[in-house]
Design a protein around this ligand. Structure first.
Ligand SMILES: Nc1ncnc2c1ncn2[C@@H]1O[C@H](COP(=O)(O)OP(=O)(O)OP(=O)(O)O)[C@@H](O)[C@H]1O
Ligand SMILES: [Mg+2]
Length: 255
């Protein structure tokens, strides 16, 4: 039996900007169904650029992005570091937005919007405005907006960076539960080694420039992600390995 074809393949991707910066050079990635893949690397190493290319928000200067199923390429959720909600619109309207843009009426969309709000734990906040919500709740709205179209792939660019640690842990656990329930594949960006090890099934540690892969860390998907894992010797060992990769990436930059 052959290995299943990847959901999306990035082959020999280069991305250069008009100012001469080469954010990515000959970058390869095969994303498999159901993965929780994290890109870990120094600031400026090309993580956001890679996400933007996968999302189709930018086009590569070299190489190709191949989707197994072109429908998946047109239904991608994207969650940014800031929740970027419409300040004048209530929670329902913010989550409804992608469906509205896809031409769905409010009535037709309502069951899906409500189901998604329940999934992120905000069933009772439909009519709240963003300014009435905590940072963690705003991020929950942003995640609901990212998932409301039931994308196969959810891209998350440092989504929890602005949150306190306890909120961050909670959102991480809830994200894993949602991922499992909706069978979403996730590409995630973080600067936190601990977060990357806790959440991921695979970590790509990237070099300081150009997106070269320093280490690929596979984390046994069968391990239950809970407090026991967080305090286990395996967790510490994965963290040491990710930390060593990151240190060597920063080392390169300082030379
Ligand atoms: N639109 C742009 N024009 C010119 N240079 C850009 C543009 N976008 C990104 N870059 C450059 O490309 C490189 C990679 O940027 P990118 O945003 O992908 O990094 P990153 O890994 O996401 O960093 P961070 O962790 O700080 O978010 C950087 O040197 C950045 O300055
Ligand atoms: Mg970035």
């Amino acid at each position: 039996m052959g290995v299943a074809e990847p959901l999306v393949s990035l082959r020999g991707i280069g991305k250069s900007f008009a100012n001469g910066v080469a954010a990515l050079e000959n970058f390869h990635l095969d994303l498999r169904d159901g993965e929780f893949l994290t890109l870990l690397g120094p600031s400026g190493c090309g993580k956001s650029t890679a996400l933007r290319l996968i999302a189709g928000l930018a086009t590569p200067s070299a190489g190709a992005i191949d989707w197994r199923d072109s429908a998946a390429a047109h239904n991608i959720g994207f969650v940014f570091q800031e929740a970027t909600l419409l300040p004048w619109a209530d929670v329902f309207a913010n989550v409804y937005l992608p469906l509205r843009l896809a031409g769905k009426t409010r009535e037709a969309a309502a069951p899906l919007v409500r189901e998604t709000l329940a999934l992120v734990g905000l069933a009772d906040f439909e009519t709240a405005l963003p300014r009435q919500l905590s940072g963690g709740m705003k991020m929950r709205v942003a995640i609901a907006r990212g998932l409301v179209t039931r994308p196969k792939l959810l891209l998350m660019d440092e989504p929890f960076a602005a949150l306190d640690e306890v909120t961050r842990f909670r959102l991480g656990d809830d994200l894993l539960a949602m991922k499992q329930r909706l069978e979403t594949t996730i590409v995630f960006v973080t600067h936190s080694i601990y977060e990357s090890v806790y959440l991921s099934t695979r970590i790509l540690a990237l070099a300081a420039r150009g997106g070269a892969i320093i280490d690929t860390i596979d984390i046994d998907a069968a391990i239950a992600r809970d407090e026991e894992f967080r305090t286990s010797p395996e967790f510490a060992q994965y963290c040491r390995r990710a930390s060593a990769a990151l240190r060597s990436a920063y080392g390169e930059e300082l030379r």
